[in-house]
Ligand binder design. Structure first.
Ligand SMILES: [Ca+2]
Length: 394
């Protein structure tokens, strides 16, 4: 936590005697570098572990709740009843209904993709494509299933890249060795066509005993993936080891993913290096628990354009990374400790930055209206006050 945000938080808590998770939504913040002033507004409250956000063309927001519900914020108001309840979801510990994505050609084909755990005790994960018709989820088609899952380390994001392919981040399902096992889909990032078929240019196509869906491997529990606008580079966040695994704690990662590469887990972790394996671009110890990823491309916050953002659960903040292509130019924390655990971070069509809390997940200290969808909106700097004229001025 930087000095500016610490000061802001202490000042805030001093004035209203708050605990971190019940910071008022209209709190004002300034980035540590002083380039952006912003306030945080509540978009929706009373949710249960909102995992992912997606916008319909009319500006309404679809949000997944981990127990298995898809909710909708219509014209700024959360509808009381879910739009859809996944019939075969199996929520358990960290897993359940996770990601939601619209197809890049949604306006034409109305395809929406849901990623969720199913079967007994959340032991498997799948991605299902629906047709969103007349406000309903219809015509389910399995895009991929039987991805090893577990109550913990189930991943998962399923997001479209600029190449029109679906990138699916699969956790190691708490079975480390699977991350290096190319006959398993666990601990991998997968790449598929929009109908679930395997792209011909995937790195392991044609290799015997290797799953051709695999795009990268050695990924422990990736929960964020985003595509750098200027370069198309694939940035990914993943959780590092837990202390029970005996490999130390912390070691959370930001990686730049490239086809066919090995990101090391469980052979290397933290900043360790080994030939034939990729060490992370950024590493965080103690753990921040990165749970999402986005690049800012809007016009509302000019200084944020091209920056990489992700939400942190245990770290209770949003991390902003300034990049020049692959090179990290700087980074700073936003809203540190102010709203508790943060899951998704996403840019709305209005150019504001939306994020979701995860204080109802059993590991947080929920405020009365948690969980929430919040958004970062600009706060204009007050113009300097005109100097008072001396009393004897003419
Ligand atoms: Ca790694």
């Amino acid at each position: 936590m930087n000095i500016t945000s610490l000061t802001a938080l202490f000042a805030l808590c001093f004035s209203i005697a708050c605990s971190p998770a019940n910071t008022p939504a209209d709190a004002t913040f300034q980035t540590a570098s002083g380039d952006v002033n912003f306030t945080v507004e509540t978009v929706a409250s009373g949710l249960q572990v909102p995992w992912a956000l997606a916008w319909l063309p009319n500006g309404d927001i679809l949000v997944t709740e981990r127990p298995g519900r898809v909710r909708i914020v219509e014209k700024g108001k959360l509808r009381e009843k879910p739009v859809f309840v996944v019939p075969d979801v199996e929520p358990s510990s960290e897993s359940g209904l996770m990601d939601i994505s619209l197809h890049p050609d949604f306006a034409k084909n109305k395809f929406i993709y849901l990623a969720y755990s199913y079967n007994t005790d959340g032991k498997k994960v799948k991605v299902v494509r629906y047709v969103y018709k007349n406000g309903e989820f219809t015509e389910p088609k399995i895009v991929i299933d039987n991805i090893p899952g577990a109550p913990n380390h189930a991943g998962m994001r399923a997001r479209f890249g600029p190449d029109g392919k679906l990138y699916i981040t699969a956790g190691d399902s708490t079975d480390w060795d699977l991350a290096q096992d190319l006959s398993s889909l666990a601990g991998k990032v997968l790449r598929l066509n929009d109908d679930g078929s395997i792209p011909k240019d995937n790195p392991f196509v044609g290799r015997k005993d290797v799953r051709a869906e695999i795009w990268t491997y050695g990924n422990r529990n990736p929960q964020g993936i985003a595509f750098q606008p200027a370069t198309g580079l694939v940035f990914e966040t993943e959780h590092g080891p837990s202390s029970f695994e005996g490999k130390g704690s912390g070691g959370d990662e930001v990686n730049i993913l490239e086809a066919g590469k090995n990101y090391g887990w469980p052979v290397i972790h933290h900043t360790e290096k080994r030939d034939g394996m990729e060490s992370p671009l950024l590493e965080y110890s103690p753990a921040c628990a990165p749970a999402s990823a986005m690049f800012y491309t809007g016009s509302v916050f000019k200084p944020f354009v091209g920056n990489f953002f992700f939400g942190c659960l245990r770290g209770q903040r949003i991390i902003r990374v300034r990049l020049d292509g692959r090179k990290v130019v700087g980074q700073e924390d936003l809203v540190s400790g102010a709203y508790g655990r943060i899951r998704d971070v996403a840019q709305g069509p209005d150019g504001f930055i939306y994020f979701t809390t995860s204080n109802q997940d059993g590991r947080g200290r929920p405020a009365a209206d948690d969980d929430r969808i919040l958004r970062i909106v600009p706060k204009p700097v007050d113009p300097p006050k005109a100097k008072e004229k001396p009393a004897n001025a003419q």
